[in-house]
Design a binder for this molecule. Structure first.
Ligand SMILES: Nc1ncnc2c1ncn2[C@@H]1O[C@H](COP(=O)(O)OP(=O)(O)OP(=O)(O)O)[C@@H](O)[C@H]1O
Length: 589
Protein backbone atom coordinates (compact mmCIF):
# COMPACT_ATOMS: atom_id res chain seq x y z
CA UNK A 1 0.00 0.00 0.00
CA UNK A 2 1.31 3.40 -1.02
CA UNK A 3 0.89 5.10 2.38
CA UNK A 4 2.73 2.32 4.20
CA UNK A 5 5.52 2.46 1.62
CA UNK A 6 5.74 6.18 2.26
CA UNK A 7 6.07 5.59 6.00
CA UNK A 8 8.72 2.95 5.46
CA UNK A 9 10.63 5.29 3.18
CA UNK A 10 10.58 8.04 5.78
CA UNK A 11 11.65 5.78 8.59
CA UNK A 12 15.06 5.62 6.95
CA UNK A 13 17.73 5.83 9.64
CA UNK A 14 15.32 4.41 12.22
CA UNK A 15 14.09 1.34 10.41
CA UNK A 16 16.15 -1.11 12.50
CA UNK A 17 15.03 0.60 15.70
CA UNK A 18 11.43 0.42 14.55
CA UNK A 19 11.66 -3.24 13.53
CA UNK A 20 13.22 -4.08 16.91
CA UNK A 21 10.34 -2.22 18.56
CA UNK A 22 7.81 -4.24 16.54
CA UNK A 23 9.58 -7.51 17.39
CA UNK A 24 9.74 -6.62 21.07
CA UNK A 25 6.03 -5.79 20.95
CA UNK A 26 5.38 -9.28 19.59
CA UNK A 27 7.67 -10.92 22.18
CA UNK A 28 6.30 -8.87 25.08
CA UNK A 29 2.69 -9.57 24.08
CA UNK A 30 3.36 -13.28 23.58
CA UNK A 31 4.65 -13.42 27.12
CA UNK A 32 1.17 -12.54 28.41
CA UNK A 33 0.29 -16.25 28.24
CA UNK A 34 3.11 -17.22 30.60
CA UNK A 35 1.53 -16.01 33.84
CA UNK A 36 -1.89 -17.59 33.14
CA UNK A 37 0.02 -20.80 32.40
CA UNK A 38 1.91 -20.56 35.71
CA UNK A 39 -1.38 -19.73 37.43
CA UNK A 40 -2.94 -22.83 35.87
CA UNK A 41 -0.07 -24.97 37.20
CA UNK A 42 -0.36 -23.46 40.70
CA UNK A 43 -4.13 -24.03 40.80
CA UNK A 44 -3.97 -27.60 39.47
CA UNK A 45 -0.96 -28.63 41.54
CA UNK A 46 -1.43 -26.79 44.81
CA UNK A 47 -5.03 -25.60 45.13
CA UNK A 48 -7.65 -27.67 43.33
CA UNK A 49 -5.80 -30.74 42.01
CA UNK A 50 -6.29 -34.24 43.38
CA UNK A 51 -3.04 -34.19 45.34
CA UNK A 52 -3.12 -30.50 46.16
CA UNK A 53 -2.56 -30.86 49.91
CA UNK A 54 0.27 -33.35 49.65
CA UNK A 55 1.90 -31.31 46.87
CA UNK A 56 1.71 -28.27 49.07
CA UNK A 57 3.82 -30.07 51.65
CA UNK A 58 6.20 -31.94 49.36
CA UNK A 59 6.68 -29.56 46.41
CA UNK A 60 7.17 -26.33 48.22
CA UNK A 61 10.27 -25.48 46.14
CA UNK A 62 8.20 -25.81 42.96
CA UNK A 63 5.52 -23.51 44.36
CA UNK A 64 8.10 -20.89 45.32
CA UNK A 65 9.73 -21.28 41.91
CA UNK A 66 6.39 -20.79 40.14
CA UNK A 67 5.56 -17.72 42.26
CA UNK A 68 9.00 -16.25 41.61
CA UNK A 69 8.57 -17.08 37.93
CA UNK A 70 5.32 -15.13 37.91
CA UNK A 71 7.00 -12.11 39.50
CA UNK A 72 10.01 -12.47 37.18
CA UNK A 73 7.86 -12.58 34.03
CA UNK A 74 5.81 -9.62 35.19
CA UNK A 75 9.01 -7.63 35.69
CA UNK A 76 10.37 -8.81 32.37
CA UNK A 77 7.20 -7.72 30.57
CA UNK A 78 7.28 -4.32 32.27
CA UNK A 79 10.94 -3.87 31.35
CA UNK A 80 10.26 -4.90 27.77
CA UNK A 81 7.27 -2.56 27.54
CA UNK A 82 9.42 0.30 28.85
CA UNK A 83 12.24 -0.37 26.42
CA UNK A 84 9.82 -0.89 23.51
CA UNK A 85 8.08 2.42 24.21
CA UNK A 86 11.42 4.21 24.15
CA UNK A 87 12.21 2.66 20.76
CA UNK A 88 8.81 3.59 19.30
CA UNK A 89 9.10 7.12 20.65
CA UNK A 90 12.59 7.66 19.33
CA UNK A 91 11.88 6.20 15.89
CA UNK A 92 8.64 8.18 15.49
CA UNK A 93 10.05 11.44 16.87
CA UNK A 94 13.07 11.17 14.57
CA UNK A 95 10.78 10.56 11.62
CA UNK A 96 8.57 13.48 12.60
CA UNK A 97 11.61 15.75 12.78
CA UNK A 98 12.95 14.66 9.39
CA UNK A 99 9.61 14.91 7.62
CA UNK A 100 8.91 18.32 9.17
CA UNK A 101 12.23 19.67 7.90
CA UNK A 102 11.52 18.14 4.49
CA UNK A 103 8.04 19.66 4.34
CA UNK A 104 9.32 23.04 5.44
CA UNK A 105 11.89 22.97 2.65
CA UNK A 106 9.24 21.79 0.25
CA UNK A 107 6.93 24.67 1.17
CA UNK A 108 9.82 27.12 0.87
CA UNK A 109 10.54 25.77 -2.61
CA UNK A 110 6.99 26.25 -3.86
CA UNK A 111 6.22 28.92 -6.42
CA UNK A 112 3.82 31.84 -6.02
CA UNK A 113 0.99 29.87 -7.63
CA UNK A 114 1.14 27.39 -4.77
CA UNK A 115 0.81 30.19 -2.21
CA UNK A 116 -2.07 31.66 -4.22
CA UNK A 117 -3.96 28.38 -3.86
CA UNK A 118 -3.02 27.22 -0.36
CA UNK A 119 -4.24 28.89 2.80
CA UNK A 120 -1.70 29.60 5.52
CA UNK A 121 -3.88 28.03 8.22
CA UNK A 122 -4.18 24.86 6.15
CA UNK A 123 -0.44 24.61 5.63
CA UNK A 124 0.10 25.19 9.35
CA UNK A 125 -2.34 22.35 10.15
CA UNK A 126 -0.44 20.04 7.83
CA UNK A 127 2.90 20.98 9.39
CA UNK A 128 1.66 20.50 12.97
CA UNK A 129 -1.56 18.55 13.71
CA UNK A 130 -1.43 16.24 10.70
CA UNK A 131 2.24 15.41 11.15
CA UNK A 132 1.73 14.76 14.86
CA UNK A 133 -1.18 12.44 14.04
CA UNK A 134 1.08 10.49 11.66
CA UNK A 135 3.71 10.19 14.37
CA UNK A 136 1.16 9.16 16.96
CA UNK A 137 -0.06 6.49 14.56
CA UNK A 138 3.27 4.85 13.94
CA UNK A 139 4.19 5.02 17.61
CA UNK A 140 0.88 4.08 19.24
CA UNK A 141 -1.73 2.84 16.82
CA UNK A 142 0.53 0.37 15.05
CA UNK A 143 1.88 -0.71 18.44
CA UNK A 144 -1.64 -1.26 19.75
CA UNK A 145 -2.64 -3.21 16.65
CA UNK A 146 0.46 -5.44 16.76
CA UNK A 147 0.11 -6.07 20.46
CA UNK A 148 -3.62 -6.79 20.27
CA UNK A 149 -3.15 -9.20 17.37
CA UNK A 150 -0.28 -10.98 19.12
CA UNK A 151 -2.15 -11.36 22.40
CA UNK A 152 -5.19 -12.56 20.46
CA UNK A 153 -3.14 -15.13 18.49
CA UNK A 154 -1.20 -16.28 21.56
CA UNK A 155 -4.39 -16.69 23.59
CA UNK A 156 -6.12 -18.61 20.77
CA UNK A 157 -3.14 -20.98 20.34
CA UNK A 158 -2.94 -21.53 24.09
CA UNK A 159 -6.69 -22.12 24.30
CA UNK A 160 -6.49 -24.65 21.47
CA UNK A 161 -3.92 -26.59 23.45
CA UNK A 162 -6.23 -26.65 26.46
CA UNK A 163 -9.57 -27.29 24.78
CA UNK A 164 -10.35 -27.08 21.08
CA UNK A 165 -14.12 -27.21 21.54
CA UNK A 166 -14.37 -24.34 23.99
CA UNK A 167 -11.98 -22.25 21.88
CA UNK A 168 -14.13 -22.76 18.79
CA UNK A 169 -17.22 -21.73 20.75
CA UNK A 170 -15.46 -18.54 21.78
CA UNK A 171 -14.19 -17.85 18.28
CA UNK A 172 -17.72 -18.03 16.96
CA UNK A 173 -18.00 -14.44 18.16
CA UNK A 174 -15.20 -13.11 15.99
CA UNK A 175 -16.93 -13.01 12.55
CA UNK A 176 -19.87 -10.87 13.72
CA UNK A 177 -17.46 -8.53 15.49
CA UNK A 178 -15.37 -8.10 12.34
CA UNK A 179 -18.46 -7.52 10.21
CA UNK A 180 -19.74 -4.81 12.59
CA UNK A 181 -16.27 -3.23 12.69
CA UNK A 182 -15.99 -3.28 8.90
CA UNK A 183 -19.35 -1.57 8.43
CA UNK A 184 -18.38 1.01 11.04
CA UNK A 185 -15.04 1.71 9.32
CA UNK A 186 -16.73 2.24 5.96
CA UNK A 187 -19.25 4.65 7.44
CA UNK A 188 -16.81 6.67 9.49
CA UNK A 189 -14.01 7.16 6.95
CA UNK A 190 -15.55 10.05 4.95
CA UNK A 191 -16.51 11.65 8.25
CA UNK A 192 -12.89 11.88 9.27
CA UNK A 193 -11.86 13.35 5.93
CA UNK A 194 -14.57 15.97 6.46
CA UNK A 195 -13.48 16.49 10.06
CA UNK A 196 -9.93 17.14 8.94
CA UNK A 197 -11.19 19.70 6.40
CA UNK A 198 -13.20 21.52 9.07
CA UNK A 199 -10.21 21.63 11.39
CA UNK A 200 -8.22 23.25 8.63
CA UNK A 201 -10.99 25.85 8.09
CA UNK A 202 -11.01 26.58 11.81
CA UNK A 203 -7.25 27.09 11.83
CA UNK A 204 -7.39 29.28 8.73
CA UNK A 205 -10.03 31.50 10.30
CA UNK A 206 -8.00 31.78 13.50
CA UNK A 207 -4.80 32.58 11.63
CA UNK A 208 -6.43 35.19 9.38
CA UNK A 209 -8.14 36.81 12.31
CA UNK A 210 -4.96 37.11 14.36
CA UNK A 211 -2.96 38.37 11.37
CA UNK A 212 -5.67 40.88 10.50
CA UNK A 213 -6.57 41.96 14.03
CA UNK A 214 -5.85 45.63 13.27
CA UNK A 215 -8.38 45.70 10.47
CA UNK A 216 -10.88 43.92 12.71
CA UNK A 217 -10.40 46.52 15.42
CA UNK A 218 -10.44 49.42 12.98
CA UNK A 219 -13.85 48.32 11.71
CA UNK A 220 -15.02 47.29 15.18
CA UNK A 221 -15.89 43.89 13.74
CA UNK A 222 -14.83 41.85 16.76
CA UNK A 223 -18.34 40.51 17.27
CA UNK A 224 -18.63 39.50 13.64
CA UNK A 225 -15.22 37.78 13.80
CA UNK A 226 -16.13 35.99 17.02
CA UNK A 227 -19.31 34.79 15.32
CA UNK A 228 -17.37 33.67 12.24
CA UNK A 229 -14.97 31.79 14.47
CA UNK A 230 -17.81 30.32 16.51
CA UNK A 231 -19.49 29.07 13.33
CA UNK A 232 -16.32 27.27 12.29
CA UNK A 233 -15.84 26.00 15.81
CA UNK A 234 -19.42 24.72 15.91
CA UNK A 235 -18.87 23.11 12.50
CA UNK A 236 -15.82 21.29 13.75
CA UNK A 237 -17.40 20.35 17.02
CA UNK A 238 -20.55 19.06 15.25
CA UNK A 239 -18.46 16.95 12.91
CA UNK A 240 -16.56 15.54 15.90
CA UNK A 241 -19.81 14.74 17.67
CA UNK A 242 -21.29 13.19 14.53
CA UNK A 243 -18.28 10.88 14.23
CA UNK A 244 -18.55 10.02 17.91
CA UNK A 245 -22.28 9.33 17.53
CA UNK A 246 -21.61 6.93 14.69
CA UNK A 247 -19.26 5.10 17.01
CA UNK A 248 -22.03 5.01 19.60
CA UNK A 249 -24.31 3.34 17.02
CA UNK A 250 -21.93 0.41 16.84
CA UNK A 251 -20.55 0.46 20.35
CA UNK A 252 -23.44 -1.50 22.02
CA UNK A 253 -23.07 -4.36 19.51
CA UNK A 254 -19.30 -4.53 19.89
CA UNK A 255 -19.46 -4.24 23.67
CA UNK A 256 -22.19 -6.89 23.92
CA UNK A 257 -20.21 -9.24 21.70
CA UNK A 258 -17.07 -8.57 23.76
CA UNK A 259 -18.98 -9.29 26.98
CA UNK A 260 -20.35 -12.46 25.39
CA UNK A 261 -16.82 -13.94 25.57
CA UNK A 262 -17.14 -14.00 29.36
CA UNK A 263 -20.68 -15.35 29.24
CA UNK A 264 -19.71 -18.21 26.90
CA UNK A 265 -16.69 -18.97 29.05
CA UNK A 266 -18.81 -19.07 32.19
CA UNK A 267 -21.52 -21.25 30.68
CA UNK A 268 -19.56 -23.59 28.43
CA UNK A 269 -16.44 -23.56 30.64
CA UNK A 270 -18.53 -24.25 33.76
CA UNK A 271 -20.21 -27.24 32.09
CA UNK A 272 -16.84 -28.59 30.95
CA UNK A 273 -15.39 -28.22 34.45
CA UNK A 274 -18.38 -30.03 35.92
CA UNK A 275 -17.96 -32.78 33.33
CA UNK A 276 -14.34 -33.06 34.34
CA UNK A 277 -13.14 -32.21 30.81
CA UNK A 278 -11.52 -29.02 32.04
CA UNK A 279 -9.48 -28.68 35.23
CA UNK A 280 -9.91 -25.72 37.57
CA UNK A 281 -6.44 -24.57 36.60
CA UNK A 282 -7.30 -24.67 32.88
CA UNK A 283 -10.52 -22.79 33.57
CA UNK A 284 -8.58 -20.15 35.48
CA UNK A 285 -6.15 -19.85 32.56
CA UNK A 286 -9.11 -19.26 30.25
CA UNK A 287 -10.46 -16.64 32.64
CA UNK A 288 -7.12 -14.91 32.95
CA UNK A 289 -6.63 -14.75 29.19
CA UNK A 290 -10.16 -14.13 27.98
CA UNK A 291 -9.45 -10.37 27.90
CA UNK A 292 -6.87 -11.19 25.20
CA UNK A 293 -9.84 -12.05 22.96
CA UNK A 294 -12.38 -9.55 24.19
CA UNK A 295 -10.15 -6.48 24.53
CA UNK A 296 -9.07 -6.21 20.89
CA UNK A 297 -12.75 -6.55 19.97
CA UNK A 298 -13.69 -3.88 22.44
CA UNK A 299 -10.92 -1.56 21.18
CA UNK A 300 -11.53 -2.22 17.54
CA UNK A 301 -13.73 0.89 17.25
CA UNK A 302 -11.12 3.16 18.83
CA UNK A 303 -8.44 1.64 16.63
CA UNK A 304 -10.56 2.13 13.52
CA UNK A 305 -11.24 5.75 14.54
CA UNK A 306 -7.54 6.38 14.93
CA UNK A 307 -6.70 4.64 11.68
CA UNK A 308 -9.20 6.81 9.81
CA UNK A 309 -7.78 9.96 11.39
CA UNK A 310 -4.34 8.71 10.51
CA UNK A 311 -5.21 8.23 6.82
CA UNK A 312 -6.97 11.60 6.65
CA UNK A 313 -3.87 13.32 8.09
CA UNK A 314 -1.40 11.23 6.13
CA UNK A 315 -3.05 12.10 2.82
CA UNK A 316 -2.68 15.81 3.70
CA UNK A 317 0.98 15.39 4.64
CA UNK A 318 1.64 13.45 1.45
CA UNK A 319 -0.04 16.23 -0.58
CA UNK A 320 2.63 18.67 0.60
CA UNK A 321 5.36 16.03 0.40
CA UNK A 322 4.81 15.42 -3.30
CA UNK A 323 3.69 18.92 -4.34
CA UNK A 324 5.84 19.90 -7.27
CA UNK A 325 6.28 23.56 -8.19
CA UNK A 326 6.09 24.58 -11.86
CA UNK A 327 8.99 26.94 -11.24
CA UNK A 328 11.72 24.92 -9.59
CA UNK A 329 14.66 26.46 -7.80
CA UNK A 330 17.46 23.95 -7.75
CA UNK A 331 19.82 26.07 -5.61
CA UNK A 332 22.85 25.10 -7.68
CA UNK A 333 26.04 25.98 -5.86
CA UNK A 334 27.71 27.40 -9.01
CA UNK A 335 29.44 30.79 -8.81
CA UNK A 336 26.78 33.42 -9.32
CA UNK A 337 27.36 35.85 -12.18
CA UNK A 338 26.56 39.53 -11.87
CA UNK A 339 24.23 40.54 -14.71
CA UNK A 340 24.49 43.74 -16.69
CA UNK A 341 20.82 44.44 -16.16
CA UNK A 342 19.26 44.52 -19.64
CA UNK A 343 15.59 43.60 -19.50
CA UNK A 344 13.40 42.80 -22.46
CA UNK A 345 9.75 41.77 -22.73
CA UNK A 346 9.02 40.10 -26.04
CA UNK A 347 5.28 39.84 -26.86
CA UNK A 348 4.50 38.70 -23.34
CA UNK A 349 1.03 37.54 -22.32
CA UNK A 350 0.09 36.21 -18.90
CA UNK A 351 -2.93 34.79 -17.11
CA UNK A 352 -3.33 33.70 -13.48
CA UNK A 353 -5.92 30.99 -13.86
CA UNK A 354 -8.11 31.78 -16.82
CA UNK A 355 -8.45 35.53 -17.18
CA UNK A 356 -5.76 37.22 -19.32
CA UNK A 357 -4.01 39.86 -17.19
CA UNK A 358 -1.19 40.92 -19.54
CA UNK A 359 -1.42 40.91 -23.32
CA UNK A 360 1.26 41.26 -25.91
CA UNK A 361 3.68 43.38 -23.87
CA UNK A 362 6.94 44.32 -25.55
CA UNK A 363 9.58 46.76 -24.32
CA UNK A 364 13.20 46.79 -23.31
CA UNK A 365 15.27 48.57 -20.67
CA UNK A 366 19.00 49.06 -21.14
CA UNK A 367 21.51 48.58 -18.29
CA UNK A 368 21.48 51.57 -15.96
CA UNK A 369 18.21 52.96 -17.30
CA UNK A 370 15.19 53.75 -15.20
CA UNK A 371 11.77 52.62 -16.39
CA UNK A 372 8.67 53.90 -14.63
CA UNK A 373 5.41 52.00 -14.90
CA UNK A 374 2.12 53.77 -14.36
CA UNK A 375 -1.48 52.74 -14.79
CA UNK A 376 -4.80 52.41 -13.08
CA UNK A 377 -5.18 50.01 -10.21
CA UNK A 378 -5.55 46.45 -11.43
CA UNK A 379 -3.92 47.30 -14.77
CA UNK A 380 -1.30 44.58 -14.31
CA UNK A 381 1.76 46.52 -13.10
CA UNK A 382 2.70 44.22 -10.22
CA UNK A 383 1.99 41.19 -12.38
CA UNK A 384 4.38 42.52 -15.01
CA UNK A 385 7.30 43.03 -12.64
CA UNK A 386 6.65 39.62 -11.02
CA UNK A 387 7.62 38.01 -14.31
CA UNK A 388 11.20 39.33 -14.15
CA UNK A 389 12.34 37.33 -11.06
CA UNK A 390 10.12 34.47 -12.37
CA UNK A 391 7.63 34.56 -9.54
CA UNK A 392 5.33 33.42 -12.34
CA UNK A 393 6.03 32.20 -15.87
CA UNK A 394 4.64 33.83 -18.98
CA UNK A 395 1.77 32.23 -20.86
CA UNK A 396 3.10 33.48 -24.19
CA UNK A 397 6.24 35.31 -25.34
CA UNK A 398 9.51 35.70 -23.48
CA UNK A 399 11.05 37.75 -20.68
CA UNK A 400 14.78 38.16 -21.26
CA UNK A 401 17.48 39.34 -18.89
CA UNK A 402 20.81 40.16 -20.52
CA UNK A 403 19.44 38.56 -23.69
CA UNK A 404 18.58 35.17 -22.11
CA UNK A 405 15.08 33.89 -21.48
CA UNK A 406 14.60 33.94 -17.69
CA UNK A 407 13.33 30.34 -17.88
CA UNK A 408 16.81 29.31 -18.97
CA UNK A 409 18.64 31.18 -16.22
CA UNK A 410 19.61 29.64 -12.91
CA UNK A 411 16.85 30.83 -10.58
CA UNK A 412 19.01 31.59 -7.54
CA UNK A 413 21.39 33.56 -9.72
CA UNK A 414 18.53 35.45 -11.42
CA UNK A 415 16.85 36.35 -8.14
CA UNK A 416 20.20 37.16 -6.54
CA UNK A 417 20.64 39.80 -9.24
CA UNK A 418 17.33 41.46 -8.50
CA UNK A 419 16.45 43.61 -5.50
CA UNK A 420 12.71 43.87 -4.92
CA UNK A 421 10.75 46.14 -2.65
CA UNK A 422 7.21 44.82 -2.82
CA UNK A 423 4.04 46.89 -2.60
CA UNK A 424 2.83 44.99 0.46
CA UNK A 425 5.78 45.56 2.81
CA UNK A 426 6.62 42.64 5.03
CA UNK A 427 9.28 43.00 7.68
CA UNK A 428 10.37 40.12 9.90
CA UNK A 429 10.20 40.13 13.71
CA UNK A 430 13.86 41.03 13.98
CA UNK A 431 15.99 44.11 14.57
CA UNK A 432 15.89 46.92 12.02
CA UNK A 433 19.52 46.07 11.31
CA UNK A 434 18.59 42.41 10.70
CA UNK A 435 15.78 43.44 8.38
CA UNK A 436 17.96 45.73 6.27
CA UNK A 437 20.74 43.12 6.06
CA UNK A 438 18.28 40.31 5.28
CA UNK A 439 19.72 39.68 1.79
CA UNK A 440 23.30 39.71 3.09
CA UNK A 441 23.57 38.86 6.80
CA UNK A 442 27.35 39.46 6.70
CA UNK A 443 26.85 43.11 5.82
CA UNK A 444 28.95 45.46 8.01
CA UNK A 445 27.09 47.86 10.29
CA UNK A 446 28.32 50.94 8.39
CA UNK A 447 26.81 49.60 5.14
CA UNK A 448 23.47 49.06 6.87
CA UNK A 449 23.59 52.69 8.02
CA UNK A 450 24.63 53.85 4.55
CA UNK A 451 21.70 52.13 2.81
CA UNK A 452 19.30 53.28 5.49
CA UNK A 453 20.55 56.81 4.74
CA UNK A 454 20.00 56.36 0.99
CA UNK A 455 16.45 55.19 1.69
CA UNK A 456 15.85 58.22 3.94
CA UNK A 457 15.44 55.89 6.91
CA UNK A 458 18.54 56.74 8.95
CA UNK A 459 16.97 59.91 10.35
CA UNK A 460 14.02 58.23 12.01
CA UNK A 461 15.94 55.09 13.04
CA UNK A 462 18.49 57.27 14.86
CA UNK A 463 15.72 58.86 16.87
CA UNK A 464 14.32 55.54 18.18
CA UNK A 465 15.94 54.74 21.59
CA UNK A 466 17.39 51.39 20.47
CA UNK A 467 18.22 52.63 16.96
CA UNK A 468 19.18 49.83 14.59
CA UNK A 469 18.78 47.27 17.39
CA UNK A 470 15.07 48.03 17.73
CA UNK A 471 13.07 44.86 17.30
CA UNK A 472 10.19 45.47 14.97
CA UNK A 473 7.10 43.41 15.72
CA UNK A 474 5.50 40.87 13.46
CA UNK A 475 5.20 42.30 9.93
CA UNK A 476 6.91 45.48 11.14
CA UNK A 477 4.45 46.43 13.85
CA UNK A 478 5.53 49.62 15.63
CA UNK A 479 6.58 51.44 12.46
CA UNK A 480 4.52 53.75 10.27
CA UNK A 481 3.65 52.74 6.71
CA UNK A 482 6.23 55.16 5.27
CA UNK A 483 8.91 54.00 7.73
CA UNK A 484 8.29 50.39 6.77
CA UNK A 485 8.52 51.29 3.09
CA UNK A 486 11.86 53.00 3.66
CA UNK A 487 13.30 49.99 5.50
CA UNK A 488 12.06 47.73 2.71
CA UNK A 489 13.73 50.03 0.20
CA UNK A 490 17.01 49.97 2.15
CA UNK A 491 16.75 46.16 2.26
CA UNK A 492 16.33 45.99 -1.52
CA UNK A 493 19.19 48.43 -2.20
CA UNK A 494 21.51 46.79 0.33
CA UNK A 495 22.11 43.74 -1.86
CA UNK A 496 23.44 46.19 -4.48
CA UNK A 497 21.62 44.43 -7.29
CA UNK A 498 22.11 45.22 -10.97
CA UNK A 499 18.30 45.23 -11.26
CA UNK A 500 16.18 47.06 -8.71
CA UNK A 501 12.40 46.73 -8.76
CA UNK A 502 10.34 49.09 -6.63
CA UNK A 503 6.60 48.49 -6.50
CA UNK A 504 4.97 51.68 -5.31
CA UNK A 505 7.64 51.91 -2.64
CA UNK A 506 7.37 55.61 -1.97
CA UNK A 507 3.58 55.90 -1.99
CA UNK A 508 3.44 56.42 1.78
CA UNK A 509 6.32 58.90 2.15
CA UNK A 510 6.05 62.68 1.94
CA UNK A 511 7.22 64.57 -1.14
CA UNK A 512 10.39 65.87 0.47
CA UNK A 513 11.46 62.38 1.57
CA UNK A 514 10.58 61.06 -1.84
CA UNK A 515 12.83 63.66 -3.43
CA UNK A 516 15.69 62.47 -1.20
CA UNK A 517 15.04 58.87 -2.27
CA UNK A 518 14.90 59.84 -5.96
CA UNK A 519 18.27 61.53 -5.60
CA UNK A 520 19.74 58.45 -3.90
CA UNK A 521 18.44 56.23 -6.64
CA UNK A 522 19.98 58.46 -9.30
CA UNK A 523 23.34 58.49 -7.54
CA UNK A 524 23.69 54.81 -6.57
CA UNK A 525 27.36 53.74 -6.39
CA UNK A 526 26.68 50.54 -8.32
CA UNK A 527 25.36 50.00 -11.86
CA UNK A 528 21.68 49.37 -11.63
CA UNK A 529 18.66 49.14 -13.91
CA UNK A 530 15.60 50.43 -12.10
CA UNK A 531 11.99 49.55 -12.68
CA UNK A 532 9.72 51.71 -10.58
CA UNK A 533 5.97 51.39 -10.30
CA UNK A 534 4.62 54.75 -9.23
CA UNK A 535 1.47 56.80 -9.27
CA UNK A 536 3.09 60.20 -8.71
CA UNK A 537 4.26 62.22 -11.67
CA UNK A 538 7.00 63.59 -9.42
CA UNK A 539 8.49 60.07 -9.44
CA UNK A 540 7.86 59.08 -13.03
CA UNK A 541 9.07 62.37 -14.49
CA UNK A 542 12.65 61.50 -13.54
CA UNK A 543 12.63 58.13 -15.36
CA UNK A 544 14.31 57.58 -18.73
CA UNK A 545 11.13 56.03 -20.00
CA UNK A 546 7.58 55.61 -18.82
CA UNK A 547 5.23 52.76 -19.65
CA UNK A 548 1.50 53.24 -19.24
CA UNK A 549 -0.53 50.09 -18.72
CA UNK A 550 -4.26 49.77 -19.12
CA UNK A 551 -6.15 46.49 -18.79
CA UNK A 552 -2.96 44.53 -19.28
CA UNK A 553 -1.84 46.34 -22.42
CA UNK A 554 0.77 49.04 -22.99
CA UNK A 555 -1.15 52.08 -24.16
CA UNK A 556 1.61 54.70 -24.04
CA UNK A 557 5.37 54.67 -23.81
CA UNK A 558 7.99 57.43 -23.94
CA UNK A 559 9.83 59.98 -21.85
CA UNK A 560 8.04 62.44 -19.57
CA UNK A 561 8.19 65.14 -22.24
CA UNK A 562 7.11 62.79 -25.03
CA UNK A 563 4.11 61.55 -23.09
CA UNK A 564 3.04 65.04 -22.12
CA UNK A 565 3.18 65.98 -25.78
CA UNK A 566 0.93 63.01 -26.63
CA UNK A 567 -1.80 64.44 -24.46
CA UNK A 568 -3.07 60.97 -23.50
CA UNK A 569 -3.45 59.14 -20.17
CA UNK A 570 -0.15 60.44 -18.79
CA UNK A 571 -0.98 64.01 -19.66
CA UNK A 572 -4.33 63.69 -17.90
CA UNK A 573 -2.69 62.29 -14.76
CA UNK A 574 -0.09 65.07 -14.90
CA UNK A 575 -2.74 67.74 -15.16
CA UNK A 576 -4.80 66.20 -12.40
CA UNK A 577 -1.83 66.07 -10.02
CA UNK A 578 -0.27 69.44 -10.85
CA UNK A 579 -3.57 71.28 -11.17
CA UNK A 580 -4.55 69.84 -7.83
CA UNK A 581 -1.38 71.22 -6.26
CA UNK A 582 -1.95 74.55 -8.01
CA UNK A 583 -5.52 74.72 -6.73
CA UNK A 584 -4.34 74.01 -3.20
CA UNK A 585 -1.67 76.73 -3.50
CA UNK A 586 -4.30 79.19 -4.71
CA UNK A 587 -6.60 78.26 -1.86
CA UNK A 588 -3.80 78.88 0.66
CA UNK A 589 -2.77 82.10 -1.10
N1 LIG B 1 -2.49 36.02 -7.40
C1 LIG B 1 -3.48 36.37 -8.25
N2 LIG B 1 -4.36 35.45 -8.68
C2 LIG B 1 -5.36 35.79 -9.52
N3 LIG B 1 -5.53 37.03 -10.00
C3 LIG B 1 -4.69 37.99 -9.61
C4 LIG B 1 -3.61 37.71 -8.71
N4 LIG B 1 -2.92 38.86 -8.49
C5 LIG B 1 -3.54 39.81 -9.22
N5 LIG B 1 -4.60 39.30 -9.90
C6 LIG B 1 -5.46 40.02 -10.83
O1 LIG B 1 -4.65 40.50 -11.88
C7 LIG B 1 -5.00 41.82 -12.25
C8 LIG B 1 -3.77 42.72 -12.20
O2 LIG B 1 -3.33 42.80 -10.86
P1 LIG B 1 -2.01 43.58 -10.46
O3 LIG B 1 -1.78 43.38 -9.02
O4 LIG B 1 -0.92 43.23 -11.38
O5 LIG B 1 -2.46 45.08 -10.74
P2 LIG B 1 -1.70 46.44 -10.41
O6 LIG B 1 -1.69 47.22 -11.66
O7 LIG B 1 -0.39 46.18 -9.79
O8 LIG B 1 -2.71 47.08 -9.37
P3 LIG B 1 -2.39 48.03 -8.11
O9 LIG B 1 -1.94 49.35 -8.65
O10 LIG B 1 -3.71 48.14 -7.46
O11 LIG B 1 -1.36 47.35 -7.31
C9 LIG B 1 -6.10 42.25 -11.30
O12 LIG B 1 -7.31 42.12 -11.99
C10 LIG B 1 -6.05 41.25 -10.17
O13 LIG B 1 -7.34 40.99 -9.72
Amino acid sequence: MFQLKWLWHNLIGDRIRYIIALLLSVVGSSLTIVNPYIGQRIVDTFIAGENASSNLASERALLIGLCLGMIGFSLLRTGLAYFTTILYERASQNMLFRVRVYLYNKIQGQDMKYYDHNRTGDLMTKMTGDLEMVRHSIAWIIKTIIESLTVFAAAVVYFFFIDVGLTLWLLLLSPPIFIVAFIFARRVRPMYMDLRERLSQLNTTTQENIAGNRVVKAFAREEYEVKKFTDKNVNYSEANKAAAMVWLDYFPYLETLAQAFNVILMLAGGVLVMNGRLTFGEFSAFSALIWGLSNPMRNIGIIINDIQRFFASLSKVIEVYYAHPDIVNEHKAAVKKRYRGRIQFDQVSFKYDNAMVLQDISFSVEPGETLAIMGATGAGKTTLINLIPRFYDVAKGRVLVDGTDVRKLELDELRGNIGVATQDVLLFSDTIDGNIAYGNPEMPEEDVVKFAGLAAAHGFIRKIPDGYDTIVGERGVGLSGGQKQRIALARAMAVQPPILILDDTTSAVDLETEEHIQKSLRELEFDCTKIIIAQRVSTTSQADRILILENGRVIETGSHAELLAKRGYYYDVFMLQTEGIGRQANAIG
